[in-house]
Design a protein around this ligand. Structure first.
Ligand code: HEC
Length: 103
């Protein structure tokens, strides 16, 4: 009986982890990339401060994980930065942890 409970607990845990968006990304790595690509350089011009209000402004654009990926593609495209799928995952994990908090 105990084994069944242990298995169930493990299953629940695994499912929760897998359900997290951008689970393959590392937020700390994402922060480094965010600075490396100077992501906020344009955002500062738009919203002032350190630029991060772009993610929290009223009516901000990104409301779903898929939109976050899409917007990052548009942004990095504008500066011709060729971010890899893995880098994108790191960046998304960082922004999600800091601002969006998608579950
Ligand atoms: C060339 C200028 C520029 C650079 C560089 C840039 N962005 Fe953006 N970003 C924008 C603009 C413009 C918007 C607003 C788009 C809109 O409102 O439709 C934006 C919006 C965003 C949003 C959506 C915010 C919201 O409304 O929820 C995200 C996420 C984002 N940028 C991520 C990034 C990341 C990550 C990088 C670095 C890889 C980056 N941006 C670099 C111009 C830029």
């Amino acid at each position: 009986m105990q084994k069944i409970f242990a298995t169930l607990a493990l299953l629940t845990l695994t499912t929760t982890v897998l359900a997290t968006p951008f689970a393959n990304g590392d937020p700390a790595n994402g922060k480094k990339l965010f600075d490396k690509y100077k992501c906020n350089s344009c955002h500062i011009d738009m919203v002032g401060g350190d630029g991060s209000a772009i993610f929290t402004r009223p009516n901000h654009k990104v409301t779903r994980p898929a939109e976050l990926s899409a917007q990052m593609k548009r942004c990095s495209g504008m500066i011709g930065a060729n971010i890899t799928a893995q880098e994108e995952e790191h960046l998304a994990a960082y922004l999600n942890q800091q601002y969006y908090k998608f579950k």
